[in-house]
Write a protein that binds this ligand. Structure first.
Ligand code: FAS
Ligand code: PHB
Length: 390
């Protein structure tokens, strides 16, 4: 079998890249470890930057997002028991964000791919092997249905996430990895009406909490927990009781509790692999970088990566120019590191770090006090949260 671009991974990065390439007549095949249902079953990101919204619209798949998504003009920061709103349009020249779950983005992309009759090979497990990408004849080998398959291609896009095979296929000496692991995780829970119309990021002496949502009737709540804690240690009641202790009086009053539909503990890390290109192998999305979810950047970085990569591939095939491909890694990493910095800064500001003493809380509260009372500081927060320009 042969195609122009072999895409490893059918998460948001792989699916979005596949649609962008198809729009420009570039043939592509996606190879995915899991089943489509398994991919759709993962509950992850919830906030889309305008860049991501624009890509969905550019691909003509923004209709359900416009109908069901929630345009948000701001977020609230809660500290010292009071909430303070950061207004996006007045600080960023009119920008907003869209609350629309990653699951729904993935569902829309899968439907568009199927409607276009594009090939996605699901359930290949861990059989994928990448060969020849350091030369001119890359090959993807995989097993499915007890048979060995070979996919010849011009380029391989590694969109297979942090634990994928693509970054692991790069010779150790050719790649530099930068990592910071945070001493806590997020315990997430969903499915009751939200306490507020906008997201609430809470800094408290007990630790961080986030009140997010998926719709006017479906919430997504997170509390910071120590890394060593296990989901089974947290009953729904224990979660609701802890969340109550981390909310301001009004939100506590409005909190509606109920049974969780999904509960998981996600560890937090900052991670970047450099470069993001190895011959004819290009990394995009979580395969190359991870951010702590505080800044709601993970999914959005995956989207901007594949926008850069698809533009470069279109230029290669259309104008026979390698300029975009040759500058891909340098160009995309400049945006990645700015998002890494914002996500690290916001995580450091909002979370309780063990062993840093009471002064750490006072310093965080002072920075938050300054942030919400300074137009310059609020503008810096707002323009990073809504997403820096491409
Ligand atoms: P993904 O990990 O989504 O997709 C990679 C795909 O490749 C998967 O479908 C995987 O099955 C497949 N794959 C892996 N190895 C393979 C192999 N060897 N062969 C073939 N296929 C393979 N971001 C936010 O902005 N906000 C959040 O709240 C948020 N919460 C998160 C919670 C969790 C638990 C996790 C893990 C991530 C969260 N993220 C969040 C980040 C997340 O949304 C990612 O940024 C986003 O999924 C990135 O998309 P992809 O790069 O496509 O990677
Ligand atoms: C979510 O709704 O899952 C969400 C929203 C904002 C974040 C992280 C997660 O910063």
């Amino acid at each position: 079998m042969r195609t122009q671009v072999a895409i490893i991974g059918a998460g948001p990065a792989g699916l979005l890249l596949g649609q962008l390439l198809h729009k420009h007549g570039i043939a592509n095949v996606i190879i995915e470890r899991q089943s489509a249902d398994y991919v759709l079953g993962r509950i992850r990101a919830g906030v889309l930057e305008q860049v991501t919204v624009d890509l969905m619209e550019e691909l003509g798949i923004g209709q359900r997002m416009r109908q069901e998504g929630l345009v948000h003009d701001g977020v609230e920061l809660m500290f010292k028991g009071a909430r303070h709103r950061i207004d996006f349009p007045s600080l960023t020249g009119g920008k907003t964000v869209m609350v629309y779950g990653q699951t729904e983005v993935t569902r829309d992309l899968m439907a568009a791919r199927e409607a276009a009759g594009l090939q996605t090979v699901y359930e290949v497990g861990d059989s994928v092997r990448l060969e020849g990408f350091d030369g001119g004849n890359p090959v993807v080998r995989y097993r499915r249905g007890g048979q060995e398959h070979v996919l010849e291609c011009d380029f391989i896009a590694g969109c297979d996430g942090y634990h994928g095979v693509s970054r692991a296929s790069v010779p150790k000496g050719a790649i530099r990895e930068f990592e910071k692991v945070y001493p806590f995780g997020w315990l997430g829970l969903a499915d009751v009406p939200p306490v507020s119309e906008e997201l609430i990021y809470a800094n408290t002496e007990r630790g961080f909490a986030l009140c997010s949502m998926r719709s006017p009737t479906r919430s997504r709540y997170y509390v910071q927990v120590p890394l060593e804690e296990k989901v089974e240690d947290w009953s729904d009641d224990a979660f609701w009781n802890e969340l109550r202790l981390r909310l301001d009086p009004e939100a506590r009053e409005r909190l509606v509790t109920g049974p969780s539909i999904e509960k998981s503990i996600a560890p937090l890390r900052s991670f970047v692999a450099e470069p993001m290109r190895f011959g004819r192998l290009f990394l995009a999305g979580d395969a190359a970088h991870i951010v702590p979810p505080t800044g709601a950047k993970g999914l959005n970085l995956a989207a901007s990566d594949v926008k850069y990569l698809s533009d470069a591939l279109v230029e290669h095939y259309g104008e026979r120019s390698a300029a975009g491909l040759d500058h891909y890694s340098e160009r995309v990493l400049r945006r990645v590191w700015k998002a890494e910095r914002f996500s690290w800064w916001f995580t450091s500001l909002m979370h309780k770090f063990p062993g840093e003493g009471e002064i750490a809380q006072k310093l965080q509260e002072a920075e938050l006090d300054y942030l919400v009372s300074s137009k310059a500081a609020s503008t810096a927060m707002a323009e990073n949260y809504v997403g820096l320009p491409l």
